[in-house]
Design a protein around this ligand. Structure first.
Ligand SMILES: [Zn+2]
Length: 110
């Protein structure tokens, strides 16, 4: 990104990312402790592949947040990972872990 990024915005994104990261981490911890308790006593039906298990979804989100934390402050920050167009500032403020613009994330819509 060539446009200057105000340091207070970077601070805010960093804070949002770390807060969300902790939130997801907590959810994952809760889920795993519940699973461990459940798996010991209850026999699960055949696992379906159709829906992504919550654990995997949480881990994927956590990975996404970590990647965003690494990206913050590098030239890749704020750019769509596919088309390299800069994100709207509002999108970054709301979801700083965003990786693709709407057009790339939903190609059939555009
Ligand atoms: Zn894109």
């Amino acid at each position: 990104m060539t446009a200057a990024v105000p340091p207070d915005a970077v601070q805010r994104w960093r804070k949002t990312l770390s807060r969300k990261g902790m939130d997801i981490n907590q959810k994952l911890t809760d889920l795993l402790s519940r699973q461990n308790a459940t798996l010991a006593t209850i026999k699960l039906p055949n696992e379906t592949e159709a829906h992504e298990p919550p654990e995997r979804r949480l881990r994927r989100f956590l990975d996404q947040i970590i990647r965003a934390q690494r990206r913050l402050g590098t030239p890749d920050w704020g750019l769509c990972s596919t088309c390299r167009r800069p994100f709207e500032r509002g999108a970054l403020d709301d979801t700083p872990w965003i990786e693709e613009c709407a057009a790339c994330a939903n190609p059939e819509v555009s």
